[in-house]
Every structure is written in structure tokens, then in C-alpha cells.
Unconditional design. Structure first.
Lengths: 433, 238
């Protein structure tokens, strides 16, 4: 290395940046040295060339973003934060409202037939068994006989006093019964065939005042015995109470006439055929409502989501997240653009159209949004796993993920538009002092 | 041309009825004390700052045009076709390599495709002796090299006029001489008009014509001792 001495020219001399981009005093070779082609070589200025020659097709915007990672990190972080907030909130809400369709999701029936305009499984009103059974059995493509499914709210009297609403799910208990919840083991189904016996989810034990197997409580005045507990039938408002058709009919005696049921359930040859049968039934008999299991499940969730206005609350929270993301991203892009104002001013002086610089800033904002999404996804998955471990289900539907991605990119682009103010203010004249 | 700043009692003339002729193949040097209006004259001549009165005529596509009678987009197009700038700072994008600093002007300005922009930018860097530095970013270049990249950016679109505002002020004299030699070589071999603003007397020996600006008035001094076109040790513009 050449011996170095401080320049006598002092402040008027050369300045060169150090590795941190800060300007340091100028040094030059000592007298007597021949002028080297690069007399100002700064050994600390060596940097890794992230985009060497063979990769130069990377856009200027992306290259700048990568070069100034720390500067743009705040924007990427803000965008990721709003994306995570949005997806988790919607995911938690969907997870929460999944409990409203649990009876439908845990049975193996393909077609549900209920009363007119029934939109959620807990809203069915009694229908005549014979009439509806006849309508169903006339259809081809069904597998097995339609089964009764008795369902309605009931009042549960806790052992220590006090009332609790519960929801009775009375189904067939044959090994291949379409209405029997899939969480019921053969042993539990067998136990439920005993008169006045019930099974509940273990998470509902406290709520119902039950402590263990063999405990007895009254539902609608009928004394029933707990013969087992299951997992996966968590409830939101009223505990699901699984029992046989006989027990259900006894509990719901004042609600259901002997020749009535809440639903008729049946399997179909194929999902496609199930859809066709449902369409035919709804067209032929407008006074009843047939659903495929998938549609009914969605209908239950959607009904409660809109009914409770929870969607609006989530919408506001997501909007707030987007706003925070947008403001920080706009500020990041604005200051990054202003930091390059002299370079942009030089291009403008050379006659480069201003719209090219607008394009660069907009492309940068797009990449900030895209990077935010890339950062957000693993965080979303980790947090949803954490939530699941804590007992809260986060439903990550592709529609929600895609929607959040689109909103995030739009937010970033909006922030870019805001940052264009800084480009408008750049004048080449500012370079002449 | 005249140009003033401020109003009423605070009105101050930066330029008073100033006339300048710039010729192809000539390096004109504008000197004067600080605050004498040197940068104002450069800005008015180069189409960056409108004069209060007067005109700036130039040859454009075979006809004589008044730069300040154009619309803003027309003037932008004029600058794109005809002018190159070298400012006091290097104003290089920290994220881009030396080659890309030149390519961006050709791609965004002249609309050249990647291959042609690259080829012309490489050629220019080679002429400036920066062949080995083309893949380096500003942080990896010395001050002299950075100013040469800035000159390359000004010259790469082959402008008719090159305006340089204190182009050597951030350099030591050894590097400053290299810059001036490059500018002279551009003037002589490319028949460009070079207009350099400086307060450094050592530059006079490189100028064909020297203007002195003092309190808004201009005096001309021709330099009979101006050296012949210089061929640079680093492959110049011969």
C-alpha cells in the first residue's frame, strides 16, 4: 500500500466516501509518488458486488432497493405488518365462524334438505318426514336411504343450578350413518344407543357443569347421562350435544311432532350429482331448501359473519393496518427519492423525461409491496401455528391470501403515487450553485 | 441576455446585456469571483433558467431556434438531443455500476435497446480509461474516476453542447488536469462546444476563449497560447 499523507489542500481537496457512504477527508499519495491511475483508493470502500455484470438485467429499481436495503426495510416492514394484520384477522374470524358449521362439516352426508330458506344449520324449522322423504327417494343417484337429523336449541339445567343454552344434534348411529358426527367412535355410538345418553366436546365440560362420565343433567326437563366426550366439536354460543334420534326426539318433544324432522340427510354418487339433485329439488319444491354439504357449510358461516357485523369490525381493523403500512411506506419512498434528488436532477438536466423517474419510483413501490408479502407469509404461518397451539384456529383460505396480496400491492403503489410529490419538486437548476 | 433576482430595492442583476458566442470545437472558460453570476449564465445558456430578456439561439435539426421560445417539452427534447452536463458533485446513483450510469441515459433518453446502450456505454468508458472500472459502483471508485464517469454520462449521447460547472472543484489538480484534457479532447475531436465555469486560474491554459464575468458584465479574452488538441494517455477522443 502507498504511504499516505494528509492533503495540504484541506477542505478544498478531494473527498471520497468510506464504506458507510459517509464522506471523509481527502488523502493522497505522498510527494514523490507517481500519480497512480487511482490515487484515492479507499481500502474500506470494497463492497460485495451484488449485481455483477452477468446479472445486470435486474431493473434499476430492484437494484436500488437491494443496494439500500436498510433504507427500504422500514417500508417493507410496514407493508408486511399490514399484510400480516389483515390475513390473521380475517383468518381468525373465519376460524371462529367455522364453529357455526361444525355439524355440517363433521357429517358425511352430501345433501341436506331442510325448511324453506334455511341459511344456517341452527335455523332449521320442522318439516314433514313423509312428504320430504318421498321427494328425495324419487331422485336417482342417491346412495342409501335418506336419514332423519333432529336439531334444535334446548335448555340445559346445570347441576349447581343455572341454565345454559345447548344445541341438540340427534342422528342415526349405524356404522355408516351419514348424520353421525365423524368424531364419534364406534364405542361412543354404541354408548349413545342407551336411552337418554349424550356426548359433548370436552371443552364444554365446564360450561355445562359436567365433570366426567356418568354425570347426569337435565335438558328441557329430560334427565340425560354423559357417556363420553370428543374433541373437535367446539362451540361458539351453545354447546353441541350429540345423541340418538330417540333421545333427541324426547328432548325436543314439544318442538318436533313425531312425523317431523329438522333435516333429511343423504349421500350421493358424486359431488357433481349431488349438485344436480340439489338444483332439481330447489327448482321443483320452492317451499323447502336443499343444500350440498359444502354450500350449507359456507352458508352457515356467511350468515353468522354478516349477522354479527363482525366483518365490519375486521374491515376497520384491516383498514387501520393498511393505513399504517401506507403512511410508513410513503414516507420511506419519499425520503429515498429525496436522497437521490441530485442524481435525478442530473438526469432531468440531460433531458431525460420526468415520467421515467416516476416509473422508477412506482416500480420501487411495487417491489416494496412484493417484498412485504414475501416477508409476511412465513410470519402469518408461524403466527397461525402459534394461535392453533393456543386453541384459536386461523383459516388461511387462498382467497384471503390472494386478496391480501392484491391489497398490499395496491397500498404500496398508492404510497408510491404519494412519493411522486418529491419527484415533482426536483429541479436541475438546484445543482447550480 | 439579462437576468436579475429579487424585487424592488433588493433587485440584483446577475447578467446585464450579456452576449456569448459558442463555437463547435471550442472550449470556452467562464471565470469570475464567487457570486458574479457564472452559474446563472450557464443555466440560461443551457436551457435550465429563463432570462428576463434576451434570446438563446442554437442550431437544431438544420434550423436556428430560440431555446427560450420553446415550450417546456420542446426544450426538454432539445436538451436531450444537444446538451450534456457536468456538475460539481458527481451525482452518480450509489446502486448502479459505472456502466449503468451511462446506459440509463441512453435507454431512458435516447430509447436505445439494452445491447446498443451497453455497447455505446462500454465504448465511452473505454475511451475514458475506465474499462476496468465499468462494473464498479461509485463507492468503489476514486474521486477522479467518479468524475470521469460523470463526464462519460454527459458525453455518451454525443451532445453538441457540454456545460460544466466547476468540474474540478472536488478534485486534486492531477485529476483536475485529466478532466480538462478529456473535455478539450471532446471539443476538438467531436466538434462539441464546451462551456466550463470555474474560478481556478490554472484552467486558463486549457481554454480557447476565456470570459470574465464581473457584476453582471462580460469581457472576452482569446487565448492564443491554447494548446493543440491533446491526445490523452488514457485512450482519448482521437
Amino acid at each position: 500500500m502507498l504511504p499516505l499523507s494528509v492533503s495540504e489542500r484541506g477542505l478544498g481537496g478531494e473527498v471520497c466516501p468510506n464504506a458507510d457512504g459517509e464522506r471523509s477527508e481527502y488523502w493522497r499519495p505522498a510527494a514523490g509518488e507517481t500519480s497512480p491511475p487511482n490515487p484515492l483508493h479507499n481500502p474500506f470502500a470494497e463492497r460485495t458486488d451484488y449485481f455483477p455484470e452477468d446479472r445486470r438485467r435486474v431493473s434499476y429499481a430492484l437494484q436500488t432497493l437491494w443496494h439500500e436495503k436498510t433504507r427500504y426495510a422500514a417500508g417493507v416492514g410496514a407493508v408486511a405488518f399490514s399484510a400480516v394484520l389483515m390475513v390473521l384477522q380475517v383468518g381468525l374470524l373465519l376460524g371462529l365462524f367455522e364453529t357455526t358449521s361444525i355439524p355440517v362439516d363433521h357429517t358425511s352426508a352430501d345433501i341436506w334438505v331442510g325448511s324453506q330458506d334455511v341459511r344456517s344449520v341452527d335455523l332449521g324449522v320442522p318439516i314433514g318426514v313423509n312428504l320430504h322423504m318421498a321427494r328425495l327417494t324419487g331422485k336417482s343417484g342417491l346412495v342409501g336411504q335418506p336419514e332423519l337429523y333432529l336439531a334444535n336449541y334446548a335448555n340445559l339445567t346445570r347441576p349447581n343450578g343455572g341454565m345454559e343454552r345447548c344445541f341438540i344434534l340427534g342422528s342415526g348411529l349405524d356404522p355408516d350413518a351419514a348424520g353421525a358426527a365423524d368424531v364419534l367412535t364406534p364405542e361412543l355410538k354404541s354408548a349413545l344407543t342407551m336411552p337418554d345418553s349424550i356426548v359433548i366436546d370436552e371443552s364444554d365440560l365446564n360450561r355445562t357443569g359436567l365433570t366426567g362420565l356418568g354425570d347426569r343433567i337435565k335438558i328441557n326437563g329430560v334427565e340425560v347421562t354423559l357417556v363420553g366426550t370428543v374433541r373437535g366439536m367446539k362451540s361458539l354460543a351453545a354447546p353441541w350435544v350429540m345423541c340418538s334420534l330417540t333421545t333427541a326426539r324426547k328432548i325436543l318433544a314439544t318442538y318436533l311432532q313425531p312425523d317431523q324432522t329438522t333435516y333429511l340427510l343423504v349421500r350421493a354418487e358424486s359431488p357433481q350429482r349431488a349438485k344436480e339433485i340439489v338444483n332439481e329439488l330447489n327448482a321443483e319444491y320452492p317451499e323447502m331448501q336443499a343444500h350440498t354439504a359444502d354450500d350449507f357449510s359456507f352458508s352457515c358461516r356467511w350468515y353468522w359473519l354478516t349477522r354479527t357485523k363482525a366483518g365490519i369490525a375486521i374491515g376497520y381493523a384491516a383498514l387501520l393496518g393498511l393505513l399504517v403500512g401506507a403512511v410508513i411506506t410513503a414516507q420511506t419512498l419519499y425520503s429515498a427519492t429525496m436522497a437521490s434528488a441530485r442524481e435525478f436532477a442530473t438526469l432531468l438536466a440531460l433531458g431525460i423525461p420526468r415520467k421515467k423517474i416516476y416509473g422508477l419510483v412506482m416500480e420501487q413501490s411495487f417491489w416494496v409491496g412484493a417484498a412485504g408479502i414475501v416477508v409476511a407469509w412465513p410470519v402469518v404461518y408461524l403466527l397461525s401455528l402459534g394461535a392453533a397451539a393456543g386453541g384459536a384456529k386461523v383459516v388461511l383460505r387462498w382467497e384471503v391470501l390472494a386478496g391480501a396480496a392484491v391489497l398490499t400491492i395496491l397500498t404500496a403503489l398508492g404510497s408510491g403515487l404519494f412519493a411522486l410529490r418529491s419527484v415533482r419538486s426536483i429541479q436541475p437548476m438546484s445543482l447550480l450553485r | 441576455m439579462s437576468r436579475s433576482f429579487g424585487d424592488g430595492a433588493l433587485k440584483r442583476f446577475a447578467l446585464r446585456d450579456v452576449t456569448v458566442d459558442l463555437f463547435p470545437g471550442q472550449l470556452a472558460l467562464l471565470m469570475g469571483p464567487s457570486g458574479s453570476g457564472k452559474s446563472t449564465l450557464l443555466a440560461v445558456l443551457s436551457g435550465l433558467l429563463p432570462p428576463d430578456s434576451g434570446q438563446v439561439f442554437a442550431e437544431d435539426q438544420g434550423r436556428t431556434v430560440d431555446v427560450w421560445a420553446m415550450t417546456d417539452p420542446e426544450r426538454e427534447q432539445f436538451r436531450l438531443r444537444h446538451t450534456g452536463f457536468i456538475f460539481q458533485g458527481y451525482n452518480l446513483f450509489p446502486a448502479l455500476t459505472a456502466l449503468q450510469q451511462l446506459e440509463i441515459v441512453l435507454k431512458w433518453g435516447a430509447g436505445l435497446d439494452n445491447a446498443e446502450a451497453r455497447s455505446r456505454a462500454e465504448d465511452m468508458l473505454k475511451r475514458l480509461g475506465l474499462d476496468q472500472q465499468k462494473s464498479k459502483k461509485p463507492a468503489q471508485l476514486s474521486g477522479g474516476e467518479k468524475q470521469r464517469v460523470a463526464i462519460g454520462r454527459a458525453l455518451v449521447k454525443d451532445p453538441t453542447f457540454i456545460f460544466a460547472d466547476e468540474p474540478t472543484s472536488a478534485l486534486d489538480w492531477e485529476n483536475g488536469k485529466v478532466v480538462l484534457e478529456l473535455l478539450r479532447a471532446a471539443a476538438h475531436s467531436r466538434q462539441a462546444s464546451i462551456f466550463v465555469v470555474s474560478h481556478d486560474d490554472r484552467m486558463k491554459e486549457y481554454a480557447d476563449v476565456i470570459y470574465h464575468l464581473n457584476e453582471g458584465r462580460l469581457e472576452v479574452e482569446h487565448n492564443p497560447a491554447a494548446p493543440a488538441p491533446i491526445h490523452l494517455p488514457v485512450e482519448g477522443f482521437s
